[in-house]
Design a protein around this ligand. Structure first.
Ligand SMILES: *Cc1c(COP(=O)(O)O)cnc(C)c1O
Length: 503
């Protein structure tokens, strides 16, 4: 084979100097972006001609890296959802950090596949597991694994609990072989991914019992106990209770100790969806509110939310490591055979603890984030976002035209513009929803701030979730100013309520 053929085959450049210089420009552009983020709009609608750039046919000929970079700067970067921006307050999203960004570059350069094999990247993942055991008070035999996000981590919790109640047979015969129908329990405020997990696990969404909530959004425990008793009486098999450490809509925390008592007494697996709230353990002022979390059988959480690790970085911690392994470990290993020495050593591997075989090195950006910032600083950042939420709540309470629908339990405030119109309760609720929807859209489209929405006890609410470590009092003031500025336009010239909102 000739040298020229070699060059034709590899994706590496013949001249590294050029790509190195281009790489430095790309890195500088991202530092400029992060440094100047505050000056940009949080979000802006994508113009049609920008969207059309991404509908072209398969590129057959090589293009220039510099050109692709320019397209990124002009047509991709300005039109992202904006969760890195300090004015972003929608859904539950982290903002990333400059340290995490640099770690991602190292991860990409190394391109480690951490499904398994004897390599230090696996030791880094085990280091994170060890840290999480320490943080949550889990024992030595507890296991952990990185996954995309809490959706998959919650699914793994359900599958581990299913394996526990049905034994090894469920892996060969499926749920069809089960003598009794399995039932699961979680509050009505539980994230929709838990219902999906029941579906994916072959148990069906209906097997998830939705337990009512108290006024503060936490699970009503007498209803939980009554439902378990009724299901047992009907010959069903309760197998998992899913507690919330921070509900997605308003950050409510279930009484985890009391649920642990019920789960223990009833001999039911206790899983916690702590997608964002579990990591409030890092904040000394918040950790006591999670009392009982150490008694869970498994916890799902995301490093990419409150701890700002770059997307994606979900994690599940399982107390009984042997049970976790027995839920996923391949029964037969041919080409994935393990060894005492050599590259196939170090079993069990992460691929034995979840559905993925090939996996990226998510542990590295998490390791960098914890090593460089330290848990004290991360905890302070988490506490600070709760303080900002309390400040927002006070400002709303001081405005006669606004009302708080769910006070700040953690870092989320739900509120709305008061509406007096309407000739019946139902009618005025529909008008209020339409007005507040318009107000929300006006705020989002202004690029000043980006809250999202939810329903609190059936009432439409504007929801500000303060997860971004860059957010300050100025961002809260800017949100309030925008709310007040756009509220008269949102309530004026209100057309007849469309039937779609008359629920
Ligand atoms: C975000 C969230 C989820 C889903 O997590 P992903 O990382 O998006 O998969 C589940 N539960 C709660 C409470 C959440 O906040």
């Amino acid at each position: 084979m000739h040298d020229s053929e070699q060059h034709a085959a590899t994706l590496d450049p013949s001249d590294w100097r050029e790509i190195r210089e281009q790489g430095h420009r790309m890195l500088d552009d991202m530092f400029d972006y992060l440094e100047g983020l505050r000056e940009r709009p949080v979000w802006q609608p994508t113009p049609d001609q920008v969207r059309q750039q991404f509908t072209e046919s398969l590129p057959r000929q090589p293009g220039s890296l510099a050109q692709a970079h320019q397209t990124f700067m002009q047509s991709i970067l300005p039109y992202a959802a904006g969760n890195a921006h300090p004015g972003f307050m929608g859904w539950v999203q982290g903002g990333g950090s400059p340290v995490g960004m640099l770690a991602e570059m190292l991860t990409a350069g190394l391109n480690a596949n951490v499904g398994g094999r004897d390599q230090v990247p696996l030791a880094v993942e085990k280091q994170i597991t060890q840290w999480m055991r320490e943080l949550f008070g889990f024992p030595e035999q507890a296991s952990g694994v990185f996954v995309t996000g809490a959706s998959t981590a919650n699914l793994i919790g359900v599958l581990v609990a299913r394996r526990k109640i049905l034994g090894a047979a469920v892996r060969t015969h499926g749920v069809q072989a089960a003598a009794h129908h399995l039932t699961a329990y979680a509050s009505t405020a539980t994230h929709g991914c838990v219902k999906r997990a029941m579906d994916i696990a072959g148990l069906g969404e209906e097997a998830l019992r939705s337990i009512p909530i108290n006024a503060d959004g936490a699970m009503h425990l007498p209803s939980l106990e009554a439902q378990i008793a009724a299901d047992r009486a009907a010959g069903l098999q309760p197998f998992i209770i899913i507690g919330n450490a921070g509900t997605v809509d308003r950050g409510a925390i279930d009484d985890l100790s009391a649920i642990a008592d019920i789960a223990q007494r009833e001999n039911i697996f206790f899983h916690i969806d702590g997608a964002f709230g579990a990591l409030a353990m890092l904040a000394p002022d918040l950790a006591p509110r999670l009392a009982g979390i150490a008694r869970a059988d498994s916890i799902a959480f995301d490093f990419h939310k409150w701890t700002q690790v770059q997307y994606d970085a979900g994690f599940v911690l399982v107390k009984d490591g042997a049970l976790h392994l027995s839920t996923f470990e391949a029964q037969e290993k041919t080409y994935l055979e393990r060894a005492e020495r050599g590259m196939a050593a170090g079993s069990p591997w992460p691929c034995d603890l979840g559905p993925d075989l090939s996996r990226g090195f998510r542990a590295l950006k998490t390791w960098f984030t914890f090593k460089v910032y330290g848990t004290e600083k991360l905890g302070q950042m988490i506490s600070h976002s709760c303080a900002l939420a309390r400040y927002l709540q006070q400002r709303i309470e001081a405005e006669p035209t606004l009302e708080v629908l769910a006070p700040a339990s953690l870092n989320i405030v739900c509120f709305r513009l008061r509406c007096s119109a309407g000739n019946s309760a139902e009618n005025s609720e529909a008008i209020s929803e339409a007005v507040n929807r318009r107000l929300l859209l006006a705020i989002q489209e202004s690029g000043i701030a980006a809250p999202s929405s939810t329903k609190i006890h059936g009432r439409f609410a504007i929801r500000a979730a303060l997860f971004n470590h860059r957010s300050t009092v100025e961002n809260i003031d800017a949100l309030l100013d925008a709310v007040l500025k756009f509220s008269s336009a949102a309530s004026a010239t209100m057309p007849a309520v469309p039937s779609s909102v008359k629920k």
